[in-house]
Design a protein. Structure first.
Length: 235
């Protein structure tokens, strides 16, 4: 009897009475009423519940920087995709004009070019203006271009810090070609370049060479009668 009393004091107090149900065991049936529990026990948490509470506690107490949850306000940057730039697309972006006051070299992906810039793979010597032509060198150059080239158009004539810059376009083999000249004193630097580069798919090496541009330059300087050094003259 004393043992039963001790158990009774340890159990929690519930509002319903502990009654003994003497009805025989029956098959389970759905009912809207709640039957009293003959053996009330202290509520307990399962291991799954404890684990869920632990995860929630760590998440709530962690600093925001440690949460690996993407934000809609700060989307992740796009992955570094490989560049779609090809030699063909690069050949379309031809840069003209002087570079720090100097004629640019020929682009590495444009074989239809010749330039007096020593860094160019297709190099040609600059011209020397004779003394009698120094005062009218730019005007004579324009006239020679218009007389020797097909459908020539002078597009830009402008002053530079130490000379003059001229740019013209003419008909080429596959479109318009660009002619650029820099006149500084008695020296004329130039670049003659095709604006369209032809590739044979699937190869990435451009077709053509600089012979057409070299011939164009020769016609202009012959018309001018100026001195044009060449490698062949040095032999």
């Amino acid at each position: 009897m004393s043992f039963s009393l001790n158990i009774h004091h340890l159990l929690p107090q519930f509002p319903f009475k502990n009654t003994l149900i003497k009805s025989p065991i029956q098959s389970p049936a759905f009912s809207t009423s709640i039957s009293p529990n003959p053996n009330p026990q202290t509520p307990s948490f399962s291991s799954n519940h404890l684990l869920s509470l632990a995860i929630a506690f760590v998440t709530l107490t962690s600093p925001p920087s440690s949460l690996a949850i993407p934000s809609l306000n700060n989307p992740l940057p796009p992955p570094n995709l490989p560049s779609a730039t090809t030699p063909f697309s690069q050949s379309k972006n031809l840069i003209t004009g002087l570079d720090n006051g100097k004629i640019r070299p020929c682009p590495s992906n444009n074989p239809g070019c010749v330039s007096s810039n020593p860094k160019s793979s297709s190099f040609a010597f600059p011209w020397i203006v004779p003394d009698k032509s120094l005062d009218s060198a730019l005007q004579q150059l324009q006239e020679a271009i218009l007389e020797t080239q097909k459908n020539a158009k002078i597009e830009i004539v402008e002053d530079t810090p130490d000379g003059k810059y001229l740019r013209a376009t003419v008909d080429g083999g596959f479109g318009r070609d660009v002619l650029e000249f820099s006149v500084k004193g008695d020296v004329v630097s130039y670049r003659c370049m095709a604006t369209k580069v032809t590739y044979l798919y699937p190869f990435t090496t451009a077709l053509g060479d600089s012979k057409g541009q070299e011939e164009r330059v020769r016609k202009i300087v012959d018309q001018l009668g100026w001195d044009a050094p060449s490698f062949s003259a040095m032999d």
